[in-house]
Design a protein around this ligand. Sequence first.
Ligand SMILES: *Cc1c(COP(=O)(O)O)cnc(C)c1O
Length: 380
Amino acid sequence: MTGSLSNSALSGAGGVLTIDLNAITANYALLSGLAQPAACAAVVKADAYGLGTAPVARALSRAGCDRFFVALPAEATVLRAAVEDARIFVLGGFVPGSEDCFRETGAVPVLGSLDEIAAWATFCSAEKKRLPAVLHLDTGMNRLGLDAISLERVAADPDLLASFETLLIMTHLACSDTPDHALNAVQLERFKKSAARLPAAPLSAANSAGIFNGADYHFDLVRPGIALYGGNPIPANTNPLTPVIGLKAGILQVRDVGSGDSVGYGAAVTYDRPARIAILAAGYADGLFRNLGTGGPAPGYGARIGDHIAPVVGRVSMDLIAVDVTGIPDHLARRGELADLIWKDFGIDEMGCHAGTIGYEILTRLGTRYHRVYLDGETG
Ligand SMILES: *Cc1c(COP(=O)(O)O)cnc(C)c1O
């Protein structure tokens, strides 16, 4: 609802980002149900996809999630402060210079090269502890993970793994969001064959989309990220997840423009009729991609004001956008009211289409300026 929630809800910010923690835990329940009997971890890298590591991880932990993946050791430090007892895996691995971080958090590195395996073995010997680690096998992504030659070396000399405990062997799918892509089955076969050459350990391959590619991809542990946050894992299908975020921006000013008037930088739009525009307090610094403005890849993005859609006019500025509110009743389109930028029927994936990107990038670029409201009691 737009309306007089506005001024107090904004607390001096330009807009409000609402994060429904109950929707996140409902999504977790759906995904873990689908994955059973495999266990279900949660990927909370990049500040839980921009939604806040601590509140998101605490909610998931209360919902029974006891395994989390982050990208970087520094993210493990933040996560450890929020959840005391969870298992934390670091996808970026034993990043050079991160000894203190691993020592302090007890996080588990995902090791993806011979050098990294050697470095972790050295660390474990120095600590005089047989610490846990995950082995990452590359099966076609060519990003991180042991390549075929490195795998041969490890398979031929299991002593390389003797100083630590291999908790999990994982791979990552390149095309799981396109279930018909031939590389999925290729990666699956390579993963099974490669893992069979190593000392037995639980296996993991599926991100969010991988969970929907069928039980063959589930193995012992699944690693959803985007689906927890309401993103559609398989764009060609309808989204089975519950939307998590709502985004509103305040109206700073409403103004009348006449025929011949242009709006915003570059005078990208010139009116040939009188119109009324509202200036909203959110811009590209708040994750509203410049592509959403005039000239973008999928024109027609608009903010919702009441039941009306107010199309973006002209370029997106750093802190502001203009929307056309001609014909929208004054009591809705007026200074101090809020306009919806993302809402239940227009989510991160739809926004991504209009911006020429994907829901993942929309989420992780929302920025830090919104007043955040966590539905489920937490604030932050
Ligand atoms: C980010 C990431 C995930 C989660 O991916 P989603 O598509 O967001 O579910 C899982 N595994 C690895 C290795 C990742 O990098």
